[in-house]
Design a protein around this ligand. Structure first.
Ligand code: TMP
Length: 217
């Protein structure tokens, strides 16, 4: 059970290109926070377990084709399915570490270059979702990502797409209010882990200690 002294948990999001090492880094971050006595829950998007998540998974594996707007709205709906759980879990004092969130939602859809699917259009269905306290963007150049064993079979794992995704992530960073932290993910796992830790720990401590208000919407 969460410690009584925790005002609320922190909402931490880890973002990045495919193969940036997000999954490994999320695991390491969770273990370190857990070892310090923080109460942690993890989450990842897309959450392929729900009915909507299964539709997304089938699309990503090229089994179903969908209109760009439709798949965008399904990714968003897949987050809304979890919105209440996120709020309740944070208010119980658990810190949440989340692998991808609406930042991925926006940039991957906008990277398709569909003329009626601009970056600003993509944001609308995401408005009102619980806002993260800190977003770590693991930055990697697509050629570095490719050296990590090459891309797999999924829909977006192509160089042109990844280049545009990266540009759009960097565009979001420029417009950001300070919650997004860019972390160079091009080095070894240990160095990257250390960089993430320096960004995340102070934020988790501040939020759990009550220094930040509740940031919803
Ligand atoms: P994953 O590899 O982290 O499971 O993500 C699957 C793919 O889905 C990845 O290429 C990024 C993409 N994606 C979107 O296009 N929109 C979204 O909202 C999310 C969360 C992921």
């Amino acid at each position: 059970e969460p410690r009584n002294s925790v005002v609320r948990g922190a909402f931490v999001v880890v973002e990045g290109l495919d193969r940036a090492g997000k999954t490994t880094q999320v695991q390491r971050l969770c273990s370190k926070l857990y070892a310090l006595g923080h109460n942690i829950k993890t989450l990842r998007f897309p959450d392929r377990n729900s009915t909507i998540g299964q539709m997304i998974s089938s699309y990503l594996q090229n089994e179903t084709d969908m209109d760009d707007h439709v798949i965008h709205l399904l990714f968003s709906a897949n987050r809304w399915e979890k919105a209440k759980w996120i709020e309740e879990t944070l208010s119980k004092g658990y810190t949440i570490i989340c692998d991808r969130y609406f930042y991925s939602g926006m940039v991957y859809s906008a990277a398709k270059q569909n003329p009626s699917l601009s970056l600003s259009w993509t944001k609308h269905p995401e408005i009102g979702l619980p806002l993260p306290d800190v977003v770590v963007f693991l930055d990697l150049e697509p050629w570095q990502a490719e050296q990590r064993g090459g891309y797999g079979e999924e829909k977006y794992e192509k160089r042109e797409m990844q280049l545009r995704v990266r540009e759009l992530f960097l565009q979001l960073l420029k417009a950001d209010d300070g919650r997004m932290k860019i972390v160079n993910a091009g080095d070894g796992m240990d160095a990257v882990e250390e960089r993430i830790w320096k960004e995340v720990l102070p934020c988790v401590e501040a939020v759990e200690g009550g220094s930040f208000g509740v940031k919803i919407g």
